[in-house]
Design a protein around this ligand. Structure first.
Ligand SMILES: Nc1ncnc2c1ncn2[C@@H]1O[C@H](COP(=O)(O)OP(=O)(O)OP(=O)(O)O)[C@@H](O)[C@H]1O
Ligand SMILES: [Mg+2]
Length: 260
C-alpha cells in the first residue's frame, strides 16, 4: 500500500535556536520530491527532525506517516514504520562490518522468528552490490571506516535497496560523486521506484535530477519551503541561481542564522 508522509507547520529548535520555521510537505508513495536551497537554510535539519535526531526539538507542528504520529515514535520505531534516512555525512562504526550492520538492520524491522535467512541475505546483498558496482570486499569492511566519499554514498544506497523503506530521505546523496558513481547511485534509486516508495532527495545540483526525474521540486530558505514546482524549477535554479526567488519573495538573507 502506498504510504504518505505529511509534514505540517514544522518548527524545530536546536539548543534553543529556531532553525525550521513552519515547513509544510507531503510525500506520497510513487512520488519523488527534490528539496533544493542555499547552504544553511535547514535542509539537513528537516531530515534529522523527520528521523528523530535527539538534538532537534520539535516545538510546533506535526509529522505523520499514514496518519500515525511520527513524533511520538523513537528512532527505531520510525525505521520500523518504514522511514529511512541516508545522511549527508554517514558515521563510521569501527568493529561492525557492513554485512553485519545490514543484516541486523533488516532483522530489527522484522517480527521475532521472521528473521531473514543467512543464505537469502547473502544472495540479496550480492545482487544489490553488483547492481551498484561495489567491490565485494566492502561487505566485510567495518561500516564506512576508511570508505571514500563516493563509497559511503554508494553504501547508503545499498542500505536503501536492502531495507526497502516506504519513504526515504536522501541528504546530498550526490555530493562528492564522480560522473560514473552518480549514474550508479541514480540507477539504485530508480530501481526503488514504485507506488510503494516515496522519496525526498536533498540536492544542490540539477545534474542528479537529469538521471532521477522528480515529480516535485521545492526550495528552502529561512527554514521554510518558500517555493514549489516541477522539474523545470530545478532547471531554472541551475541556470539562474537563487537571486530571482529572493527578489520575488523579498528575502534578503536566505539562511536561518541571522534572520531576526
Ligand atoms: N547541531 C547544531 N547545533 C547548532 N546549530 C546547528 C546544528 N545543526 C544545524 N545547525 C544550524 O542550523 C542551520 C541550518 O543547518 P542545516 O544543516 O539544516 O542546513 P542545510 O540547508 O542542510 O545546509 P547545507 O546545504 O550546507 O547542507 C545552520 O545555520 C546550522 O549551523
Ligand atoms: Mg545539509
Amino acid at each position: 500500500m502506498a504510504s504518505t508522509l505529511t509534514i505540517k507547520d514544522l518548527h524545530v529548535e536546536i539548543e534553543g535556536k529556531e532553525i525550521l520555521k513552519g515547513v509544510n510537505l507531503e510525500i506520497k508513495g510513487g512520488e519523488i520530491h527534490a528539496v533544493m536551497g542555499p547552504n544553511g537554510t535547514g535542509k539537513s535539519t528537516l531530515s534529522a527532525a523527520i528521523m528523530g535526531h535527539p538534538k532537534y526539538e520539535v516545538t510546533q507542528g506535526t509529522i505523520t506517516l499514514d496518519g500515525e504520529d511520527v513524533l511520538e515514535m523513537d528512532v527505531d520505531e520510525r525505521a520500523r514504520a518504514g522511514l529511512f534516512l541516508a545522511m549527508q555525512y554517514p558515521s563510521e562504526i569501527t568493529g561492525v562490518t557492513n554485512a553485519e550492520f545490514l543484516r541486523s538492520s533488516i532483522n530489527a524491522r522484522r517480527e521475532e522468528g521472521q528473521e531473514i535467512s543467512l543464505m537469502k541475505f547473502i544472495r540479496e546483498m550480492d545482487s544489490k552490490m553488483e547492481l551498484l558496482e561495489m567491490d565485494p570486499d566492502m561487505a566485510q569492511r567495518y561500516l564506512n571506516e576508511g570508505f571514500s566519499g563516493g563509497e559511503k554514498k554508494r553504501n547508503e544506497i545499498l542500505q536503501l535497496l536492502m531495507l526497502e523503506p516506504k519513504i526515504a530521505i536522501l541528504d546530498e546523496i550526490d555530493s562528492g560523486l564522480d560522473i560514473d558513481a552518480l549514474k550508479v547511485v541514480s540507477k539504485g534509486i530508480n530501481e526503488m521506484r514504485s507506488n510503494d516508495f516515496g522519496c525526498l532527495i536533498i540536492t544542490h545540483y540539477q545534474r542528479l535530477l537529469n538521471y532521477i526525474t522528480p515529480d516535485h521540486v521545492h526550495v528552502m530558505m529561512q527554514g521554510r519551503v518558500v517555493k514549489s514546482g516541477g522539474p523545470e524549477l530545478a532547471q531554472r535554479l541551475e541556470a539562474e541561481g537563487y537571486d530571482w526567488i529572493k527578489t520575488e519573495l523579498g528575502i534578503e538573507d536566505e539562511t536561518v542564522g541571522q534572520e531576526a
